[in-house]
Design a protein around this ligand. Sequence first.
Ligand code: SF4
Length: 167
Amino acid sequence: MNDTIEVTEAEVTALYEKIKRDAESGGYILNPDMSFTLPLIRGLAVNMKRYGYIACPCRLASGVRGEDKDMICPCDYRDPDLAQYGACFCALYVSQEVADGTKKVKPLPDRREREKAKSPAQNKVHEKLSHPVWRCRVCGYLAARDEPPAVCPICKVSKERFELFLS
Ligand code: SF4
């Protein structure tokens, strides 16, 4: 694996602006500490070049998109971590309290590891409906239709990030 992947300042800035735009349109807040945030964005930009997708910069990617799709930023664990801890695992996304400085971010456990340790039966959905319901694994948006939307209207992630929630 090539560990000397270079990204330009322009690439980092462009990615930052896109992520910020998407965050703001969905009501999310990026960490306002730019000395912390920009290295994370740089890590995402490096992963984009390395893997072809913005794998979480705080986790070890496999390099296989299908195996890593739950940790493509924004990952499936962002919202529950924001709700519970006031920050995502990397602290790229933070709550209003953290952004305002009234709450400090502490190191948090990796929810991905806990989720992967669950048995398949724990995640099984038993209900049957006449139309399938698709759930965005990132923000929880639900869509009752034959196929998931191409892009989540709330958090802007792609179709692959939807799971069959009820069928
Ligand atoms: S923890 Fe999730 S939301 Fe935060 S930077 Fe990593 S992939 Fe993105």
